[in-house]
Design a protein around this ligand. Structure first.
Ligand code: FES
Ligand code: FES
Length: 214
């Protein structure tokens, strides 16, 4: 069940969850962050039926696994990931290609999944925030950079920033702060926590370089 279908699942007992715990949960699976208006909008949409839009069984490669889902022809990848495959780490902010919250990698290239039709990724490899950590639970160096620097406030935008940074750092592993800012300029943070985000992403870049050396 997704966090949208049952808002109770995102509630945490008071005084049992530290900020560090919260950030780690979002980094790994993006399960802890949402907002009331977002929940309302999504739950309303979930109940809508689309007349004349039949679903079709589709198999897509997500995080190295072949996943099957009934997908409407006009369905976006973000919708399929969140509501058909339960991968709620990918966030929906604007739902119109402006904020970058929904960024995933398709064949290693960052895309706004709110603006990609699921049917177009049938023969491609999709990577979401849930697929970044190693199978033994070791965080990706960029995820670890966020832990190291505590780089976000509400962290709603964090999965998108991390996915965009992972892709950018493959092309430029040793960026200046200004180059990294430019590389992440397709992602917006409503908390406007850009300075801390950049510091965390720079730490992620450093972690990646160090991981390559060992
Ligand atoms: S939700 Fe896709 S770009 Fe904002
Ligand atoms: S930290 Fe809140 S939206 Fe970015």
């Amino acid at each position: 069940m997704s966090d949208i279908e049952d808002p109770k699942t995102i509630e945490c007992p008071p005084n049992t969850l530290t900020r560090r715990d919260l950030i780690k949960r979002v980094i790994v699976g993006g399960v802890a962050v949402s907002s009331a208006s977002y929940l309302f909008r999504a739950s309303t949409l979930l109940r809508q039926s689309a007349p004349g839009t039949g679903e079709r069984l589709l198999t897509i490669n997500v995080n190295g696994q072949q996943r099957r889902a009934d997908v409407m022809k006009q369905e976006t990848l973000a919708w399929t990931l969140r509501h058909k495959l339960g991968l709620t780490g990918t966030k929906l902010g604007c739902d119109r290609a402006e904020c970058g919250s929904c960024t995933v990698l398709i064949d290693g290239v960052p895309h706004y999944s709110c603006s990609v039709l699921t049917h177009t990724v049938r023969d491609r490899k999709v990577l979401t925030i849930e697929g970044l950590a190693s199978s033994d639970g070791t965080l990706h160096p960029v995820q670890q950079g966020v832990i190291d620097e505590q780089g976000f406030q509400c962290a709603f935008c964090m999965p998108g920033f991390i996915m965009a940074a992972v892709a950018f750092l493959k092309t430029n592993p040793n960026p200046t702060r200004s180059e990294l800012a430019q590389g992440l300029s397709g992602n917006l943070c409503r908390c406007q926590d850009y300075d801390k985000i950049l510091t965390a992403m720079m730490r992620g870049a450093e972690n990646m370089r160090r991981a390559r050396r060992v």
